[in-house]
Write a protein that binds this ligand. Structure first.
Ligand SMILES: NC(=O)c1ccc[n+]([C@@H]2O[C@H](COP(=O)([O-])OP(=O)(O)OC[C@H]3O[C@@H](n4cnc5c(N)ncnc54)[C@H](O)[C@@H]3O)[C@@H](O)[C@H]2O)c1
Length: 390
């Protein structure tokens, strides 16, 4: 190689290095400016944009809520400690809404008041949907303190942070478990709340705390008492994927699908001597898509100095036997059923009177066919044998 050739190659290498350096710098600048606009968007109120903090947004109901809010052009921050939820659900949401200022995920535990306070300080929330909670009746009887801490005490942390940082709209996830086992069906919002397990008691205590605080502030409060939630996103993007270790605690839909997939040998129905149509417990099953629609309507109707308390159910009860029959039809699998004695903390018959939410918010359940809701959920389950990891 002569001198001229060596010089030409050295120059070419230099030029390439300069181009590579400039490209890297540009990428850095673009990334930096993206992250700056992103964090600025979350940290400042923007006219015409409602920024909703979704606690527990990596979980079953919270992730479906985040999806609907994003679809409806809300700005969403999810706070979740992933103790029960799935990062996979957050990734699905991020892939659907990657634009700056649409969705951010903050990994944090709501039990840590200083961390929660910092989150509120650094973000300009307009409203909070507080879903995060441990939520298994059986587990609550075995670990009551965990439930009072996670539900009641953490709700106190969230409400205090809202008060300190001027966030004035709260949509609270409550439950029909706060009613206990009422003498009269259907359950209306004025049915006395006499919860019979720590889960229901912890939720009622959280409700009471929110209501007492609302009397001293101009906070807009909507308390939604859900009945039994089933189903999943009709477009198959999200589903219900509890941790394998929670299977035993699990809800009936999860257990049905696990049995249909052969992950567990069959279904255990606990209690056949209840005073119901066929001796098994009767519940009001509400599809998650309808439930989230109720949240969006609640948010739209929330007004300062006003409290709204609503049952969210279909108004129709189905027995566990009827549920299992629908699950067999939806999955096409002849699921094996074992009948056992009652589980402590369960109640015989629970179904809602949903007329108040219809009259005041214009909401009514649309997905009232058990088999259809289960078939939608089953499609996701079949394609995600290992939950969000597959
Ligand atoms: N699933 C139902 O049938 C039903 C019925 C009535 C009420 N609810 C209520 O709906 C809400 C959501 O329930 P779900 O079924 O989606 O449960 P889930 O377990 O799927 O989701 C709860 C989420 O909260 C998160 N979380 C729990 N503790 C937390 C903490 N300390 N800090 C941060 N994140 C935390 C979990 O990681 C999880 O992602 C709960 O408040 C529950 O009580 C559910």
């Amino acid at each position: 190689m002569d001198f001229m050739e060596t010089k030409r190659r050295t120059n070419l290498t230099r030029q390439l290095l300069v181009v590579a350096g400039v490209t890297a710098l540009l990428i850095l600048i673009i990334n930096w400016s993206n992250s700056t606009t992103t964090s600025l968007k979350f940290s400042q109120h923007e006219p015409g944009v409602t920024h909703v903090l979704v606690t527990g947004g990596a979980g079953y109901i919270g992730s479906h809520a985040a999806l609907r809010l994003l679809k409806d052009s809300y700005r969403v921050t999810i706070v979740d400690n992933l103790s029960r939820g799935n990062l996979g659900a957050v990734k699905v949401l991020q892939s659907l809404y990657p634009e700056p200022g649409r969705l951010q995920f903050i990994y944090a535990d709501l039990g840590d008041a200083s961390v929660v306070d910092k989150i509120f300080k650094e973000n300009a929330f307009d409203a909070v949907m507080h879903f995060a909670a441990v939520a298994y009746v059986g587990e609550s009887t075995a670990e009551p303190l965990r439930y009072y801490h996670n539900i009641t005490s953490n709700t106190l942390v969230v409400v205090k942070a809202m008060a300190a940082h001027g966030v004035k709209t709260l949509i609270y996830s409550s439950t029909c478990a706060t009613y206990g086992e009422p003498e009269k069906m259907p359950i209306t919002e004025v049915t006395p709340q006499v919860p019979i397990n720590p889960y229901g008691k912890a939720k009622k205590m959280a409700e009471d705390m929110i209501l007492d605080y609302s009397k001293t502030s101009d906070m807009a409060v909507m308390i939604l008492r859900y009945f039994n939630v089933i189903g999943s996103d009709p477009e198959g993007r999200l589903g219900e994927a509890p941790r394998p270790e929670l299977r035993e605690q699990g809800r009936i839909s999860g257990a049905c699908f696990d049995a249909a997939r052969g992950i567990i040998p069959g279904l255990k129905i606990r209690g056949t001597d209840y005073n119901t149509v066929d001796g098994t417990c009767v519940r009001d099953y509400i599809d998650v898509t309808d439930l989230i629609d109720a949240h969006v309507k609640a948010l739209a109707h929330a007004k300062p100095n006003k409290v709204g308390i609503y049952n969210v159910g279909t108004g129709k009860g189905s027995s566990v036997n009827e549920f299992v029959a629908a699950c067999k039809r939806a999955t096409g699998v002849n699921i094996k059923v074992e009948y056992l004695s009652r589980r402590p903390g369960d109640y015989a018959e629970v179904y809602s009177d949903p007329s108040k939410i219809l009259n005041e918010l214009g909401w009514k359940a649309k997905y009232t066919n058990l088999e259809e809701s289960l078939a939608t959920a089953w499609r996701w389950q079949k394609e995600h044998r290992n939950g969000y990891n597959s």
